[in-house]
Design a protein around this ligand. Structure first.
Ligand SMILES: [Zn+2]
Ligand SMILES: [Zn+2]
Length: 429
């Protein structure tokens, strides 16, 4: 019979079956109400009785059916005519919708809970209107949207200041959990924000978390949305904590990391974070080499015998005039096809600082956080030119993986790189 039906007939058939299923599940609740009302079953026994006689609800749904049955039967025994919940009460409105098959018992319970939550904030005469609106919303759009429109309903029907009160209460409940660090694994946070806080966060990370396919190199942006979002958030934090400033030496935003010097140079072992809630978190050596470009990190080296060594922060970091020079020279991230502005970029040591690369503008290239990670991860080398090439670039990247390791370490990066007048000759070993 199905094989002979046309496409249109299949649609009609599905609609008819759906109507039958809705009526059947409405009737199922009515039967349960009747059983409770007659005293066939009561209290905690209702759930088991429903599961016993409606085996399909054992997969889920017996709870809401028995909850609605008990509430409706109890309300009926209290009402004047003994028939059911008072007309116009939240329970009465929801019961009508369940009985008519417009909403499932489970959805009805969600509406009742939402209505009860809103009731103290509403002008009393608007409770029926709001409950009906909740039924309509949940029928048309589902529970998530119903709850999302809570502020709208409060603004329209709430007591004076109800929405303000709600948002104030929300502010008290909003929080960011402490980091939960599993050794060498991802750090987990839980974050609850007020609508205003969430809007601020989304505004800050929104444009930064969009996929960034590279038109020039043709690379697609394959990062999943979650990764793009967390990288955008990290970028916002890095800029907000002023990590490009030298003046923050003692600021709490500074990350202190300890690592044996030999490990740092050989790219082995791991660095360990000190003096923050993330203490003990291990960082891979390649990550450390990248962080060494960064002003917000203080590296505490350990010598061969484990004795602490100060790793020259001042020699490692580009000075304000140097950074200004780079801003003017590079304009923004120097990675091909990237349009991140200079304010978002950091100065990268083209020949890594941990390999003896000098902190000199002729050994520097501005990179946005994302491409800074890329060039360290893929070990890319750039040529820093004294004069711009035909595309106006002073920094020209070799985008083949491992180009850093293939570059001769005895010559300055890029054949024609020379010190700029404002800096001393780089002591490239
Ligand atoms: Zn770097
Ligand atoms: Zn970039």
């Amino acid at each position: 019979m199905l094989a002979g039906a046309s496409g249109a007939e299949l649609g009609e058939l599905l609609a008819e079956l759906d109507a039958v299923a809705s009526s059947a599940s409405a009737a199922r609740v009515s039967v349960a109400v009747e059983a409770v009302r007659r005293g066939e079953v009561a209290g905690s026994g209702v759930h088991g009785w429903v599961r016993e006689h409606a085996p399909s609800l054992r997969q889920g749904g017996a709870g809401p059916v028995s909850r609605v049955a008990i509430e409706v039967a109890t309300a009926g025994s209290r009402s004047d005519d003994g028939k059911g919940p008072a007309e116009g009460s939240p329970l009465g409105i929801v019961w009508d919708a369940v009985r008519e098959g417009r909403v499932e018992a489970g959805t009805g319970c969600l509406v009742l809970r939402e209505s009860a939550r809103l009731a103290p904030l509403l002008r009393p005469e608007t409770v029926p209107t709001v409950t009906s609106a909740l039924v309509d919303l949940v029928t048309a759009w589902g529970p998530t949207l119903m709850r999302r429109l809570r502020p709208r309903l409060l603004a329209d029907h709430g007591h004076h200041g109800a929405l303000d009160d709600l948002q104030q209460r929300l502010a008290g409940a909003a929080r960011l959990s402490m980091p939960h660090v599993e050794s060498a694994d991802l750090t987990e946070y839980q974050l609850w924000m007020t609508p205003e806080q969430a809007a601020t966060l989304e505004a800050a990370i929104g444009p930064l978390s969009a996929p960034q396919p590279n038109d020039e190199t043709g690379e697609a942006d394959l990062r999943p949305a979650g990764q793009r979002r967390v990288e955008a958030l990290t970028q916002v934090c890095a800029v907000a904590s002023g990590t490009e400033s030298l003046e923050d030496a003692g600021s709490p935003a500074t990350l202190h990391v300890t690592i044996p010097l030999s490990d740092m140079q050989a790219s082995t072992g791991a660095g360990e974070i000190l003096g923050s809630v993330a203490t003990g978190t291990l960082l891979a050596p390649e990550t450390l080499r990248r962080l060494a470009c960064d002003a917000a990190v203080v590296l505490h080296g350990l010598g061969a015998a484990g004795e602490p060594l100060t790793l020259g922060r001042l020699e490692r970091l580009f000075t304000r005039p140097q950074r200004r020079h780079l801003w003017l020279r590079d304009r923004g991230c120097t990675y091909p096809g990237c349009s991140a502005p200079a304010a978002w970029a950091r100065a990268h040591h083209v020949r890594h600082w941990s390999d003896g690369g000098p902190t000199d503008v002729s050994n520097a290239a501005l990179l946005c956080q994302r491409h800074h990670t890329t060039v360290h991860r893929r070990r890319l080398r750039a040529q820093v030119r004294r004069r711009p090439d035909e595309h106006g670039r002073y920094v020209v990247w070799d985008l083949t993986d491992g180009s850093y390791d293939r570059a001769s370490d005895t010559a300055p990066p890029g054949g024609d790189a020379v010190p700029t007048p404002e800096t001393a000759a780089p002591a490239v070993a």
